[in-house]
Design a protein around this ligand. Structure first.
Ligand SMILES: *Cc1c(COP(=O)(O)O)cnc(C)c1O
Length: 253
């Protein structure tokens, strides 16, 4: 897909009165996070917002960055790599959150600060071997399939422990925690159970001595349930940037 990165100057005069739609959406999402954290008796600062910019051009990322957002999530290797390079001067943090094939690990190992979607050891081994020695260790999460056979990505919950222990031992990775994407559902109780499953898996690994601090769970429609169950990173796209068009959703690696 040809992609045009047009870096428009962001108006930043003092006392600038109206907000862009992205700035207003970010403020609304931050409000949702704060209210959900307070309702759960948690410090709102314990929940980080990852802005999922997949399919949106670099100029949308610039707009979010001008509104104070630092961490961005991408699903597609080339798209994310190009955006991170185009915006290198902004010193943003880039998270890879999509499915990862083993022949695409090299650019991900070096263009990103985090990978949320390790679901097998081979991917972890390749990321560790390919991470530039001059860069700090790559922050990673294990993606767990908390919904059973209906959903495609992630390691099965009963295999998560072994994978986590093996990934934690890789020299150029720093295992931070677990990630999940529950099946789409309007059943709030089911969502809470899925997120609680991920939290219980992480708590068990911490009890075994792994220094994990991250539960990457919750998206635009379910971040409240995820925060109630302990999310430390919510990954939000639509509520910040708007609905992704069908054509954009077809963008591939
Ligand atoms: C697209 C995506 C998101 C963001 O989803 P929204 O519903 O747009 O907030 C979060 N996590 C992953 C892994 C995604 O692919």
């Amino acid at each position: 897909m040809p992609m045009l990165y047009f870096l428009a100057p962001i108006p930043q005069e003092k006392g600038h009165e109206y907000m862009t739609a992205i700035a207003a959406n970010l403020q609304a999402v931050r409000g949702r996070i704060a209210r959900a954290a307070q309702a759960a008796g948690r410090d709102p600062a314990s929940v980080a917002l990852l802005a999922v910019s997949k399919t949106w051009p670099a100029e949308a990322v610039c707009e979010a960055a001008a509104a104070g957002q630092r961490a961005f999530g991408e699903n597609y290797v080339q798209e994310g790599e190009h955006k991170a390079a185009a915006l290198a001067a902004l010193d943003l943090e880039w998270h890879f959150i999509g499915p990862l094939q083993s022949n695409k690990t090299r650019p991900v190992a070096n263009a990103f600060d985090w990978v949320h979607s390790i679901d097998r050891l081979k991917i972890g081994e390749r990321l560790s071997a390919q991470r530039d020695v001059h860069l700090p260790p790559l922050n990673v999460c294990i993606q767990v399939n908390v919904s059973g056979e209906d959903s495609k990505s992630g390691v099965a919950p009963d295999a998560a422990r072994a994978l986590a222990l093996a990934v934690a031992a890789l020299p150029r990775l720093r295992l931070r925690g677990l990630m999940c994407i529950p099946e789409p559902t309007d059943d709030d109780a089911l969502l809470h159970r899925r997120f609680a499953t991920l939290r219980a898996l992480k708590d068990a690994l911490v009890a075994e001595g792994l220094a994990l601090d991250t539960l990457s769970m919750g998206m635009s429609h379910d971040l409240e349930a995820a925060i109630a169950e302990g999310a430390t990173i919510v990954r939000v796209g639509t509520a910040i940037f708007g609905a992704r068009a069908a054509a954009q959703a077809m963008a591939t690696n």
